[in-house]
Design a protein. Structure first.
Length: 108
């Protein structure tokens, strides 16, 4: 089924009763694909959220360490910056942004 026809069914512009079995299967496949992309995006965002919370905790710990031991804080901050850079690179490699972008592009 053409993408325009599938979109018309999903948007309610075309009746499902007008579709043959092959077209219905195509719509169901598209829905399953969209749900899988959404699930993957949610999983990626949840991982990113957990990582950010962990880093926030590390930054709070760093603040406390800096107050107590100013000379050790510089080394801890350098290690934290390296970790954040690594995580950002991994996020780029995971393609979380492209998954979100694909959904946005598809709706337009």
């Amino acid at each position: 089924m053409e993408d325009d026809g599938i979109e018309a069914v999903l948007d309610g512009d075309e009746s499902v009763s007008d579709l043959d079995d092959e077209q219905i299967e195509a719509v169901l496949d598209d829905i399953d694909d969209a749900v899988a992309r959404i699930d993957a995006t949610i999983e990626s965002l949840n991982r990113h959220k957990r990582t950010l919370r962990e880093k926030a905790d590390e930054l709070r710990t760093f603040q406390k360490q800096r107050e107590l031991f100013p000379e050790d804080a510089v080394e801890s901050l350098d290690n934290l910056v390296d970790t954040v850079s690594t995580l950002e690179s991994e996020d780029d490699a995971d393609g979380a942004t492209s998954l979100i972008g694909d959904e946005t592009d598809r709706r337009e």
